[in-house]
Design a binder for this molecule. Structure first.
Ligand SMILES: Cc1ncc(COP(=O)(O)O)c(C=O)c1O
Length: 445
């Protein structure tokens, strides 16, 4: 049966909600509805258990409804529901800020809270622009990103992002002066890489070309995802991030790591600095900071950057930016508890130990029908397919549907299936997940 014709009618109860990043009409004909989540599993509306192979949407890193995080949020609700973050403070926001900065270390002594990855990214871009202005270098107005980059859906994020569909739809409203590095995804040179590909470090030198084109004195910052997640787990070549770091430092360009996906254990460490030994100037984070329990995002900032703002009369606002829900009490309570859970349960170390297990499992799909690449890093992995003639992305979509119908949640993007389980996944569950993907691949023409 053709997947697209599976159900002819739409349930009227689903009509009101305009779903984000979703093919609304098709979804409402063939809905996938969940009603509960526990640990590694969702329960569907018809009572089936579905193994969550994507940590929700790369966010539920400690598994679903972790009792300590749930309890912390409930306790917070009994005490303080909300306090304005402008000109007023509450203890939970300061507590999480201190917990984060002391855990991260490396000179990231300050954190600015937002509510999502998109807001974190736009905040980081604004900090970069305002920092140069504060230092008398307002000529640095250009922001650089990368092809295939995903930095959320704010106008800043889509401008520096490299997802063609986003850029095309809003082409007239993109920020001026933005340029992009090429992506590093080249199957001719790196197909079936286990961990970081050995080919591609030279692509970092494209930054030198952009500097020669625009002059460093016009460039404020470069934002990159250390591993590109939304584009389908594009793993940085060995030496690439190191070279990017070197060039940014040399030219006075701030390096922003968008760690919305790579943070909080996905790479087997708190942030990429610990995994790759490359330390950016700003870190945008979200998702795993609360294990997805309450929305929260933010930007970790090096001392020198924060200090550049702290000049002028003390009664004046130093940075004209912030959100009504910056550092919401419930989000901060969830964040403090999630950090404790990650540390007390050794979940980052666990992710590191499971990395070779997931690697073996994903690479065992090599040779299955239509597979043209398998790749992995940390607790992230992907399998890429030959697009069906004249119907790009349909094959991966059908595999995704098959997986869900048979008990596994994965993600598809283009003709790629991405996997990023919670750090609590067991070796048996990894095997089950990949077996379900294998069965789906074999069942899909
Ligand atoms: C790297 C990266 N940055 C930013 C975002 C946007 O985050 P949000 O959807 O919370 O706005 C995402 C979302 O997947 C992401 O992967």
């Amino acid at each position: 049966m053709n997947n697209l014709d599976r159900a002819p009618t739409t349930d009227p109860a689903l009509e009101a909600l305009w779903m984000p990043f979703t093919h609304n009409r098709l979804f409402k004909k063939q809905p996938r509805l969940v009603v509960q989540a526990d640990g590694m599993y969702y329960t569907t509306v018809d009572g089936r258990r579905v193994l969550d192979g994507l940590s929700g949407l790369w966010c539920s890193n400690a598994g679903h409804r972790h009792p300590k995080i749930v309890e912390a949020v409930k306790r917070q609700l009994d005490v303080l529901d909300y306090a304005p973050p402008f000109q007023t403070g509450h203890d939970r926001a300061f507590e999480l800020a201190t917990a984060l900065t002391t855990t991260v270390g490396r000179g990231f002594d300050h954190v600015f809270f937002a509510n999502s990855g998109s807001e974190a990214v736009d905040t980081a871009l604004k900090i970069a622009l305002a920092y140069h202005r504060a230092r008398g270098e307002a000529s640095r107005f250009r922001l650089l990103g990368r092809a295939k980059g995903y930095h959320g859906v704010g106008f800043g994020g889509i401008s520096v992002g490299g997802m063609v569909a986003n850029r095309k739809a809003f082409a007239s409203a993109l920020l001026p002066g933005v340029d992009h590095l090429p992506h590093t995804h080249d199957l001719a040179h790196m197909a079936y890489s286990r961990g970081q590909p050995t080919w591609g470090a030279h692509l970092a030198d494209e930054l030198e070309r952009l500097v020669q084109l625009h002059d460093a004195s016009t460039i404020a910052a470069l934002i990159i995802e250390p591993m590109q997640g939304s584009a389908g787990v594009i793993v940085p070549p060995l030496g690439y991030l190191e070279r990017i770091r070197e060039l940014c430092a040399h030219h006075g360009i701030l390096l922003i790591f968008d760690e919305v996906i790579t943070g909080f254990g996905r790479m087997g460490s708190l942030f990429s600095a610990d995994r790759f030994g490359v330390v950016p100037d700003l870190i945008a984070f979200a998702k795993g900071v609360t294990s997805g329990v309450v929305p929260l995002g933010g930007v970790l900032v090096k001392t020198a950057i924060y200090d550049a703002f702290m000049t002028g009369p003390e009664h004046l606002v130093e940075f004209f930016h912030g959100y009504t829900y910056s550092g919401h009490p419930l989000a901060c309570a969830a964040g403090v508890a999630a950090l404790e859970v990650y540390q007390q349960e050794g979940l980052f170390e666990r992710a590191r130990a499971l990395e070779p297990v997931l690697a073996d499992a994903i690479h065992s799909l090599r040779g299955e029908p239509h597979v043209i690449d398998t790749r992995n890093l940390g607790l992230a992995a992907a399998v890429e397919f030959e697009p069906r003639a004249g119907a790009a992305s349909l094959r991966a979509m059908e595999i995704f549907h098959h997986c869900f119908d048979h008990g596994a949640m994965v993600r598809y993007t283009g003709d790629i299936i991405a996997i990023g389980p919670a750090l609590i996944i067991s070796e048996t569950q990894i095997a089950q997940l990949i077996d379900l993907v294998r069965t789906a691949i074999r069942a899909t023409p």
